[in-house]
Write a protein that binds this ligand. Structure first.
Ligand code: ZN
Ligand code: FE
Length: 256
């Protein structure tokens, strides 16, 4: 059994600590804020052994140097074609594995938001860390990659078991739900989920983690093959990639 501690930082970021009671090993997923990371370690009493970096953006890396120096943690991060990200000890690429607390962690690259986006999957725990690729009812903006790349990345994640637990890096769920309802208004599971999200946020609670079956049922970016969504955005005869590209553009310009 792994213990999980999710903590907030910045405007809407989530960091996660993963801890094994037997070995005492602790991993932090992303290191965007040294102070918040330190506080999470203090609260849990866990000592940091690994840091896993999903991508190069500041809100995921800004605290890395301080946390690494203080805890002498081993840093695992994206395989870059050129110079590795500052502070990364071990670059990992798609399909590779590394070990954490005697467990297998599988590396899935999911380019689109950035070209270096790296996700982490623990098959035995069915635990997935999606960074800024897959959000609750949403997906990351296309800063470096294109729609085709991002759709391929999301499809890769969708091939994982439906009972996979998903931790993403931002609390964007309420605005994602508003957009989802605008393109999928008759989806009863989405309507119900949006209501739950409103309640959770009203009481200051996180909507993350989520899971794959819920995302497949309510996340419009995973539902680009769905007839109702295609009709709602006038793309009946279009391919999944084309529908995805249009949805992503609509979301970029969406004023909920
Ligand atoms: Zn990012
Ligand atoms: Fe981010």
């Amino acid at each position: 059994m792994l213990d999980i501690h999710q903590f907030t930082y910045g405007e809407d970021n989530y960091g996660v600590l993963l801890h094994c009671r037997n070995s005492g090993d602790t991993a932090m997923i992303d290191a965007g804020d040294a102070y918040a990371g330190e506080l999470a370690l203090e609260r849990t009493g866990w000592s940091l052994s690994q840091i896993w970096i999903t991508h190069h953006h500041d809100d995921h890396t800004a605290g890395l140097a301080v946390l690494k120096a203080k805890h002498n943690a081993h840093v695992i991060g994206p395989a870059t074609r050129g110079k590795p990200l500052a502070g990364v000890d071990q670059q990992v690429d798609d399909g590779e594995h590394f070990s954490f607390a005697s467990r297998e962690v599988k590396v899935l690259t999911t380019p689109g938001h950035t070209l270096d986006m790296t996700n982490f999957y623990l098959p035995h725990e069915k635990l997935l860390f999606t960074g800024d690729t897959l959000f609750a009812m949403g997906c990351g903006r296309l800063f470096e990659g294109d729609a085709q790349m991002m759709w391929a990345s999301l499809s890769k994640l969708m091939a994982l078991p439906s009972d996979t637990t998903i931790y993403c890096s931002h609390e964007y769920t309420a605005t994602n739900a508003t957009f989802a309802l605008s393109v999928d208004p008759d989806n009863q599971m989405l309507i119900d989920r949006a209501r739950q999200v409103t309640d959770l946020r009203a009481s200051g609670k996180p909507t993350v983690p989520t899971n794959m079956s819920l995302e497949k049922a309510t996340n419009p970016f995973l539902r680009v093959g769905d007839g109702a969504i295609k009709t709602a955005i006038n793309m009946e005869d279009k391919s999944e990639v084309e529908v995805f590209a249009k949805l992503r553009k609509m979301k970029d310009n969406f004023k909920g």
